[in-house]
Every structure is written in C-alpha cells, then in structure tokens.
Design a protein around this ligand. Structure first.
Ligand code: BG6
Length: 492
C-alpha cells in the first residue's frame, strides 16, 4: 500500500476552513526551535501542510532579521539545506523575526503592532494568535505576563479570534512547580487554550498503541492480569547528554524521560477504552491510570535502580549523583492490573537507540508440548517502526518441537512512505485546535505526584548510582533487578 504524506495531508486539510493564523515562537534561536520546530515547519511547507494564510513570527534575543535568522536555521541542518528553493522561498515569505528580551517587557511593545498589522478588520480578517513557549522554563511566567501586558491577547473587534499557547517541557520539576505553572497559566488562559506538549504523543507508533488495542477485537478480552504477565517499556538512547548537560544534571533520567514520555506510553497501553475519541474522554482514561500508579511496598531500592555512564562527571561536575539511567518496577492499582508489574527503563549513552513497549502474556496454564513459551506483543516505537507478535509454531519434522515465530507488521514495508514527524503532527493539531494529543493539567500533576513519590522520598538521594560503560546496555544491576523476578529485559 503506497500512500504519500502529501496525499494524506491534503485529505486531512481538504474542505477544512483553517482560520488565518500567526504562530509566534518565543525562544526561536534556541536548540529546540532550530533543531525541531523550524525543520518541522519547513517540512510542513514542503508537504503542503501549512494553510495559505499561515504566518510565523520568530522571537529571539539575537540581533537578526528574517533572512539572517533563516540562514542560521538552515546552517544547522544539511537536510534542510537540500530542500527545493521553491519551498525555502515560500517559507521565507511567511517569516518575520522579532528581537525581544524576556527580562525587558518594553522590548515587546512592537510585537503587538507587528501582529495586529496582519488583521484587516474591515474585511473581517482577524488572525488567530498562537504562542509557542520554546524557551527555558524560567521564562514561562515572564512570557505569560508579556502576552497579557503587551496587548498580545487583545481580541479583534471585527471578528472572533482564537488565542492558544503551547508550552514545551519541562512542565515543572515536581508536583509543586507543575501545579504552580498550571495556576499561573490558568490566570491568563482557559484550559482549552493551553497545549502541554509531549512529543512522544505525536509519534505515529505511539498513536498506534490505542489503535491496535481498540481496533482489534482479539486483544481487549486478554488485556488484564489474568492473561498478561508483565509489561516492559524501554527507551534506550545512544547519545550522551553533552549538549544539554547543564539542564540534564538538574533533572536526571526519571524526571527527563519517565515522568512524561514513558508514563504517557504506559497510560495508553493500559487505559480503559475511551467512550469516544474526544479529547476529554481520552484524557479521563489516561488520568485514571496516572492516579493509580504505585511503587511496590518496601524499600525504594527494591523498585528503583539508578545508573550513570562513565565519563558523565567529567562533562558536568565531579560529584554529580544525577542518574543518566533508570530502571523502575511499578504497579497500577486498578482491578484490571492488580499484581501485574510494569518494568520501565531508560538511559543515555547506551549501545543503541531503540524504544519499545512489550506486552508479555502468560504461558499456557498447562503445556502439552515440551517447551511452550509465552507470547509477546512488541510495539517498536522507533526505529524500524513495527508491531510484532511472537507465536509458538511446530518445527517441521516428525516430532512436535516448538519454535517461536514472528508475525510482524512494519510501517516501511506496509506503507512505503516516510512517517510524519512528531512535531509536524503536533504543530498541525495546534494550528487546527485539536487537543487530543496534548496533556491536561491534572494528567501532568498526577504524573508528577507519582514521580515525587520516588524522587522526593528521602531514600532516593541515598540510592547507589551504579556506573556503566558508554555504549553498553546499562549497569549490570539493572539486569539483576529484573532477574530477581525471574524475568529479563526484552529490549536488548
Ligand atoms: C526529550 C528528552 O524530551 O526527548 C531527551 O528531554 C530525549 O533527553 C528526547 O533525548 C528523545 O526524543 P526522541 O524523539 O529522539 O526519542
């Protein structure tokens, strides 16, 4: 089946009246903008995903203009440099650069004028205003105040306009700071205007977790503690933290990765079927899981392993105890999941980059053959995006030996097209006003509450930080941790 992204996008946009929109990105010269947002927007331009009237204002401290800013972005990526000139030219036409300093509110007075110059009230054209908080989190509060006090939230007399804000991660550093940030945003915006991003939700394969579960009648009857032995979510990364070492050292693997990406995938793989595919129905079901998360009773060291790659201290500071690797065992306290352990693992500087969610079914209660093995359903999130089911088969011959066969579905083979990037998908949803792949305030707060139960437990600081070699599979203690339960990590 060959289906192009362009075709798919055109189908999605066809017949839709997308109101004229200006997206303003705060923090436009930072790494996130240059490495992810601008490339995503350029690819959207290439694939015809941007509405004709779409305009982009990039705000940064550096003294630049649209052209020099665009060159700065292009310079960072060989892929973007190769885009057809026509694509680059039409993108440049949409782009304005605005120089502003978040510590100086006065430097934003010109921005309101720049934005309202696009409106044509006599023709009933009032641009929707979308604001992307892509700075470091210390500026989030300042930006919210700037939006309010510099006239950037002003309504348009002739016609209603939508105002939305998208807030990047980290959304807080613990429950207290996340709920304070929610409170602050809610002073200025309604929940329907706030888009809290987790870019994993924009990945095709993460969206597929819900589809495989609820579009196939065979899984739901099995999806419980009677049939599932355990679930593993492993996200291994091969890069070190080098570029972001300073930020990472204050965060660590649990807050940087488990709190958001892993807990979101965990809630999608375990939640009850939402009544409908509406934003609130989906969020309500995810929330029930996040609220029901629990660590096993007993000492923290029985459920949390911390690791740090050799050489990390040299990159940051000599006495850093920050974990660059974490393995956790958690439970979900609901009737469906009583007693099923969920093993979560992530780390930097490992031997490869791979992310998988694996559901391990129980072995048959009685096996009449010699060696029945448990069925395993693997969702390969990235790379080689695919879904695999391991099933026992007979080995050809006169005996009845068993072989585990792999029934697989690979995106590349099935669709022969590149997958839409996570940021492209989420930016399009933001422009269209679709919040289904964004996180509600209570979801964020519940996931932080659970993370606090680990990181703010006084035992956490005293847990040993096991060293592991770069390009290895992590500390051996993480293998022993799961072996104690007579299991092993499936993602190698
Ligand atoms: C970010 C984390 O949210 O996700 C990074 O802060 C991590 O530490 C990144 O490397 C991974 O994203 P992806 O899409 O490359 O898996």
């Amino acid at each position: 089946m060959k289906k192009s992204l362009v075709e798919d996008t055109q189908k999605r946009l066809s017949g839709k009246q997308i109101a004229p929109t200006i997206l303003t990105i705060f923090g436009a010269t930072g790494d996130l903008s240059a490495d992810y947002l601008l490339p995503a927007l350029l690819r959207m331009e290439e694939h015809g995903m941007l509405p004709k009237s779409f305009r982009l204002v990039c705000v940064g401290r550096k003294e630049l203009n649209a052209k020099s800013y665009f060159d700065f972005v292009l310079k960072k990526s060989t892929v973007l440099k190769k885009l057809p000139t026509k694509v680059k030219q039409s993108f440049l036409k949409r782009l304005t650069y605005y120089q502003g300093n978040f510590d100086d509110v006065a430097s934003f007075t010109g921005l309101a004028k720049l934005l309202s110059d696009h409106d044509q009230p006599n023709k009933h054209v009032c641009y929707n205003r979308l604001y992307y908080f892509a700075t470091s989190p210390q500026y989030f509060s300042g930006i919210a105040h700037i939006l309010k006090n510099s006239g950037l939230l002003m309504s348009c007399k002739a016609h209603e306009r939508k105002v939305r804000v998208l807030v990047e991660k980290p959304f807080g550093f613990n429950y207290k700071s996340a709920s304070a940030l929610n409170k602050l945003l809610k002073k200025f915006f309604e929940e329907e205007q706030i888009y809290r991003i987790d870019h994993y939700l924009g990945k095709e394969t993460v969206q597929n977790l819900m589809v495989v579960r609820f579009a196939n009648g065979i899984f739901e009857p099995l999806w419980n503690n009677k049939n599932i032995d355990h679930v593993e979510i492993s996200v291994l990364e091969n890069d070190t933290t080098a570029k972001r070492a300073e930020y990472y050292d204050q965060t660590g693997a649990i807050k940087d990765f488990v709190q958001n990406h892993i807990l979101q995938m965990l809630s999608l793989i375990t939640m009850n079927e939402p009544y409908n595919l509406t934003t609130e129905d989906i969020r309500n079901e995810k929330l029930k899981i996040l609220k029901a998360l629990q660590l096993p009773a007993g000492e923290l060291r029985q459920s949390v392993i911390k690791g740090q790659y050799a050489g990390y201290k040299k990159e940051v500071k000599a006495d850093s105890q920050t974990e660059t690797f974490a393995a956790l065992k958690v439970f979900i306290n609901t009737p469906r999941w009583q007693g099923v352990p969920f093993y979560l693992r992530t780390g930097k500087a490992l031997h490869k980059k791979v992310a998988e969610v694996t559901v391990h079914f129980k072995e048959p209660a009685r096996c009449i053959f010699r060696n029945c093995t448990a069925n395993v359903l693997t969702f390969r999130i990235q790379p080689d995006e695919s879904v695999h089911l391991q099933i026992n088969n007979k080995v050809p011959g006169f005996g009845v030996d068993i072989h585990q066969g792999d029934y697989g579905f690979g995106y590349k083979q099935a669709f022969m097209t590149e997958l839409p990037g996570a940021y492209e998908r989420l930016l399009l949803d933001f422009i269209e006003g679709d919040q289904r792949l964004f996180i509600r305030s209570d979801e964020i707060e519940s996931s932080w509450k659970f993370i606090d139960s680990i990181t703010e437990n006084p035992e956490f600081k005293n847990l040993p930080v096991f060293s592991y070699k770069q390009k290895s599979a992590g500390p051996k203690e993480a293998d022993e941790f799961i072996k104690k339960d007579l299991r092993e990590w499936r993602t190698k």
